[in-house]
Ligand binder design. Structure first.
Ligand SMILES: Cc1cc2nc3c(=O)[nH]c(=O)nc-3n(C[C@H](O)[C@H](O)[C@H](O)COP(=O)(O)OP(=O)(O)OC[C@H]3O[C@@H](n4cnc5c(N)ncnc54)[C@H](O)[C@@H]3O)c2cc1C
Length: 546
């Protein structure tokens, strides 16, 4: 890394995205000089608590101790998203747990082979995927269970009345299939933790100061930023991690082109933090995504409280109406503050990188919080920038066309996937859901599901290259869960032997997990004993917040 010895990178914004970007860049390019500028007068957005396996991978590469991360940030394990009331609005639920598709070899080896992420990357364009075998069994009427109940069996770890921990006796014993987890983290604490445990100890500089002026060197580049303290910060690259403030990017507003997302309805959320009445019975290991009359609610359990928000559009429902439904049905414990509204424009930049300026994560754009996408998207943008910096010969120029194209793929995939959750509903109980169904017909969303499922960009391999965000298995999972007719979806030719093998495989997965899950300890008891030093959520809160 001798080439980038003198490279200076200034990161503007010191919340979750700024510190994640700084820590990652310093890890991959240790000889760069990285400075994070954080305004003492602009607070963090304070939401963003349900994360995806991108964050699990981030923590692993940074070599951060999971127990310490969890204790310091009040984080708990998350196995997926629990979609409640989305299809009929009658109390039904569909659980989307983390999983990966695999290739044919996996079927021929024992399920005990424990093939997870790495073998998923081996799925090539013409492979018959594990999901293709599953589709065949479904089409033949051999499998009647829903995707999640038969594909990876994690349902058995997520019973609402008795959720299970991912470890036994604190040993890293995982069930033989993919028990892949992420976390619910505390948004107030996570960025600071990455700052204190990774970025600063590895040599990232930290300046507390409010950027009051951005001085350009030309129409596409920045020479320096000037802080209200009078201090000036010069750099070779400037990364905008100020989220919706877009402190750097707004100076280039004439230059920026936007992609709008008219097929995504939401443009605001009413958010609140709520105390548990009884954490032992309330805390669960999946993010609850609950469809409401005119939008949906996220409900995220961290160790000491719930973080929740009603996501909606002010074109369909008034804030007062939302407040009424939100406070009556969702805020069932003591609210930690009066619900507040965060609004956004559902769009993203088509050109988030140019000259020496780069937008990261939510600065690029935002569709909405569905499927807890944004911390994963932040990492995708950081990883893409870092990879392009590694590929740059002079370490002074970045291939922005590639950056813009890959980030564009990520955002459009996120928008499409979010949209189909709404538009393929079968709910007809409010005008909002009727309208969503008409959008589904207008945008041909049933066809979109099949196209996305079969698009090579959406294999794990494609997703790992930044060509998409939500991998193929998630599209077929949604199709099945939402009751879309997949009986005529074209499929790969499958022999009788393979069909038998596939049946054995999926029977094994679901039956085995049903029995095995019983041996795993209760989720809450395990967290308390092994991750929170025996402290109850209230005791932990008092210790950490004083
Ligand atoms: C309702 C809602 C729910 C969400 N839920 C999820 C979720 O469940 N999962 C998920 O992954 N993501 C979620 N997100 C997204 C997530 O909240 C953000 O991606 C995440 O918090 C990162 O924010 P950030 O660091 O980019 O910005 P912010 O937290 O807004 O931080 C901005 C930073 O910029 C600094 N700053 C601002 N102006 C200046 C200036 N002039 N000079 C210097 N510094 C400045 C501030 O001091 C601050 O440090 C959600 C978003 C919303 C709106």
């Amino acid at each position: 890394m001798t080439n980038d010895k003198k490279l200076n990178i200034a990161i503007i914004g010191g919340a979750t995205s700024g510190w994640m970007a700084a820590a990652w860049l310093k890890k991959i390019h240790p000889n760069t000089n990285i400075t994070v500028v954080e305004s003492p007068q602009v607070p963090k957005i304070g939401v963003g608590e349900s994360v995806t396996v991108h964050v699990t991978e981030f923590l692993r590469v940074l070599e951060l101790d999971e127990d310490d991360v969890m204790f310091a940030t009040g984080a708990v394990y998350k196995y997926g998203n629990d979609f409640i009331n989305w299809v009929h609005g009658k109390g039904e639920n569909e659980l989307f747990t983390f999983s990966f598709n695999k290739n044919k070899q996996h079927l021929h080896s024992s399920p005990y082979s424990g093939a997870v992420w790495d073998s998923s990357l081996e799925v090539t364009e013409n492979d018959t995927r594990l999901t293709d075998y599953w589709l065949d069994l479904k089409q033949q009427g051999i499998i009647n269970k829903t995707f999640d109940k038969s594909f990876n069996g994690l349902m058995d770890f997520c019973h609402k009345s008795n959720p299970r921990a991912p470890f036994i006796d604190n040993t890293p014993y995982l069930p033989p299939t993919d028990l892949i987890y992420a976390y619910h983290i505390n948004a107030e604490k996570f960025g600071d933790y990455i700052r204190d445990k990774s970025a600063l100890p590895n040599g990232v500089n930290h300046i507390l100061g409010h950027v009051s002026q951005v001085v350009k060197s030309d129409a596409q580049s920045i020479e320096k930023v000037v802080l209200d303290t009078g201090e000036e910060v010069y750099a070779d690259f400037f990364l905008d991690c100020t989220g919706f403030h877009r402190v750097l990017m707004k100076e280039f507003s004439d230059n920026i082109k936007w992609q709008e997302y008219p097929h995504c309805p939401a443009n605001r959320s009413m958010v609140c933090q709520v105390e548990y009445n009884d954490p032992k019975t309330e805390m669960v290991n999946a993010t609850k995504s609950i469809a409401m009359n005119k939008g949906w609610v996220f409900d995220i359990d961290v160790y000491n409280r719930r973080g929740t928000g009603y996501v909606y559009s002010n074109e369909f429902v008034s804030d007062d109406e939302v407040y009424d439904e939100f406070t009556k049905k969702i805020i069932t414990g003591k609210a930690k503050f009066e619900p507040k509204i965060i609004a956004w424009d559902k769009k993203s930049m088509k050109n988030p990188g140019f000259g020496n300026v780069c937008a990261i994560g939510m600065t690029v754009g935002f569709v909405e919080p569905m499927e807890a996408n944004m911390l994963g998207v932040i990492l995708n943008t950081v990883w893409t920038f870092t990879n392009l910096l590694s590929a740059s010969e002079d370490k002074k120029t970045i291939d922005w066309d590639t950056y813009n194209e890959l980030v564009g793929h990520t955002f459009s995939d996120v928008a499409d996937f979010i949209s189909v959750h709404y538009t393929l509903t079968q709910r007809t109980d409010t005008e909002f859901w009727n309208e969503m169904q008409s959008w589904g017909r207008k945008y041909n969303h049933k066809e979109l599901l099949l196209d996305k499922y079969n698009d090579y960009k959406n294999t794990i391999n494609g997703a790992a290259q930044g060509l998409s965000f939500f991998p193929d298995y998630m599209w077929i999972q949604l199709a099945d869960a939402w009751g879309i007719d997949i009986s005529q979806w074209p499929n790969k030719p499958i022999t009788n032997d393979e069909r038998e093998l596939a049946k054995l495989h999926f029977d094994y997965v679901s039956n085995h997990m049903k029995i095995v899950s019983k041996q795993f300890p209760s989720y809450y008891e395990f967290l308390k004993e092994h991750r929170f030093q025996g402290l109850t959520p209230n005791e932990w809160h008092d210790k950490m917040y004083g």
